[in-house]
Design a protein around this ligand. Structure first.
Ligand code: PEP
Ligand code: MN
Length: 333
């Protein structure tokens, strides 16, 4: 349920109403916008008499939120959420560029790529240390050693880092990680989501291979229901009957998510297409569709990459994508 509060309401009046709602065993999320304040009510709202709320002098309107996702719903929080990742803002017009290799392979590799993507305009560095691979015989990442190397790259470049978690027991290793990624394969690993909800880390939640937008938002809701609202959603392509591309990039998910949720929405054209030459057009399309940022795989030697080389850009190619995406953003702003 939400209650939109009139502009004329005083802070005392709002506080009085909030106290009363809390006495009804509800959690109250206050969202102060430039034009109005919205109270988002979470819990068993069936006891609340909506007519009574609507008749209060300070209430402009009160209504039930029919969607099962509540806290991530834009109705709860009409303004875009802006997340601050070590000084890099994401959302609400702040565009982020996350770049780096699929997996961290060596000190030389991650430092070289980190410096190159920073120079090209990346605002955050990515690199997988714990890699979910379809085959158990494929390279699974350097694990804790990989994280150490990524932290070294963070120190050298000053860029915030993004890396994937697969097991909640590994959380202590992620202390100095700025953004914890939940990969597509774990989007509905509810125990993992709940544990991440108990932290105050920024979570980059990727859409599952075969998940609907509603399921995607319900996974964000799992994290938020435990108290963590620092979530960036990432469209990374879904599985369809098309096999020419690795996945089918659901560009329409970007404006749909922007409509349904206040959380920032970014796009990953690398995993969506699986082909490096398709990354530029899909990156531009994502920016044009209103994405709040991009995550792109970049490798210093894509042909020798231990993971996802076919979709990885060279640093030079990445610099070209950054320029074109900036051009697109100038046109749509
Ligand atoms: C990744 O970002 O390297 C990754 C494994 O992505 P996804 O979970 O989207 O497949
Ligand atoms: Mn990858």
């Amino acid at each position: 349920m939400i209650a939109v509060i009139k502009n004329s309401a005083t802070a005392d009046q709002i506080e009085h109403l909030v106290d009363w709602l809390k006495e009804q065993s509800l959690d109250v999320h206050i969202s102060k916008g430039a034009d109005y304040t919205v109270l988002g009510l979470v819990g068993d709202t069936t006891k609340i008499d909506i007519d009574l709320l609507n008749n209060l002098a300070i209430v402009e309107t009160a209504k039930r939120v029919s969607e099962p996702f509540k806290q991530c719903n834009r109705k709860f929080h009409p303004e875009d959420t802006v997340i601050d990742v070590g000084g890099v803002k994401v959302g609400g017009g702040n565009f982020c560029l996350i770049a780096g290799p699929c997996s961290i392979e060596s000190e030389e590799q991650i430092i070289e790529v980190a410096k190159a993507v920073k120079k090209a305009g990346a605002t955050m560095l990515r690199g997988g240390a714990f890699k979910p691979r379809t085959s158990p015989y494929d390279f699974q990442g350097l694990k804790a050693d990989g994280l150490e190397l990524l932290l070294e790259a963070k120190k050298v470049t000053g860029m915030p880092i993004v890396t994937e978690i697969m097991n909640p027991n590994h959380l202590p290793l992620f202390e100095e990680v700025d953004v914890i990624q939940v990969g597509a394969r774990n989007m509905q690993n509810f125990e993992l989501l709940k544990e991440l909800g108990k932290t105050n880390k920024t979570i980059l939640l990727k859409r599952g291979l075969a998940n609907t937008i509603k399921e995607f938002l319900m996974s964000a809701e799992y994290i938020m229901s435990e108290g963590n609202s620092n979530i960036i959603l990432c469209e990374r392509g879904i599985r369809t009957y098309e096999t020419y591309t690795r996945n089918t990039m659901d560009i329409s998910a970007i404006p749909v998510l922007q409509e349904l949720t206040h959380l920032p929405v970014i796009a990953d054209p690398s995993h969506a297409t699986g082909k490096s030459r398709l990354v530029l057009p899909m990156a531009m399309a994502s920016a044009a569709a209103g994405a709040d940022g991009l995550m792109i795989e970049v490798h210093n030697d894509p042909a020798k990459a231990l993971c996802d080389g076919a979709q990885s850009l060279t640093p030079e190619e990445f610099a070209g994508v950054v320029n074109k995406v900036n051009d697109v953003r100038k046109v749509i702003l």
